[in-house]
Design a protein around this ligand. Structure first.
Ligand code: SF4
Ligand code: SF4
Length: 150
């Protein structure tokens, strides 16, 4: 059983980055903040459908806990290697969440630094502390990828 605390903390840091960008844009444009919230929700759904719904550990052993629980509520997809389309749509979801706020963060340097600081620490934790123990052997970052038969 992996240590899920790193997975939970890294997800929390990503949520803090999203909160930082919402906090920066809301006073300028509540409409834009609402649009970003919709983009975050749609991007998250895209990631859950494209990646998490094919993950073998989504039901009981998700490294980040919450995505696995949300993916369990979606229609099940057959577990197996990810297709090019799965990876592409997942990347689009992540890119939308990370890149859209740059429109206003570029004019707010403290928030820009905070946003990328949260993301950098989260990515560091995920790559070096979460992925090595993750059970999603179909993910190319999984530390158990070559140890478990597919
Ligand atoms: S381990 Fe990764 S791919 Fe699997 S459900 Fe959790 S977040 Fe999604
Ligand atoms: S191995 Fe893949 S699914 Fe698992 S935590 Fe890392 S990036 Fe997420």
């Amino acid at each position: 059983m992996q240590n899920i605390s790193y997975g939970i903390v890294s997800l929390f840091l990503i949520l803090m980055a999203v909160a930082t960008s919402l906090g920066a844009v809301f006073p300028l444009s509540p409409v834009m903040a609402g649009m970003y919230l919709v983009v975050v929700l749609l991007g998250t759904l895209l990631i859950l459908v494209s990646y998490c719904s094919k993950c073998p550990c989504r039901d009981s052993d998700c490294s980040h806990v919450l995505p696995g629980k949300l993916a369990s509520l979606l229609p099940k997809r057959k577990e197996g290697p990810y297709s090019f389309a799965d990876v592409l749509f997942t990347a689009m979801g992540i890119a939308a969440i990370l890149l859209m706020p740059q429109l206003w963060l570029i004019h707010n340097i403290p928030s820009l630094v905070l946003f990328w600081g949260f993301i950098a620490v989260a990515v560091f934790m995920i790559v070096f502390l979460v992925c090595p123990d993750c059970s999603n052997r179909f993910c190319f970052l999984c530390g158990k990828r070559n140890k478990t038969p597919a």
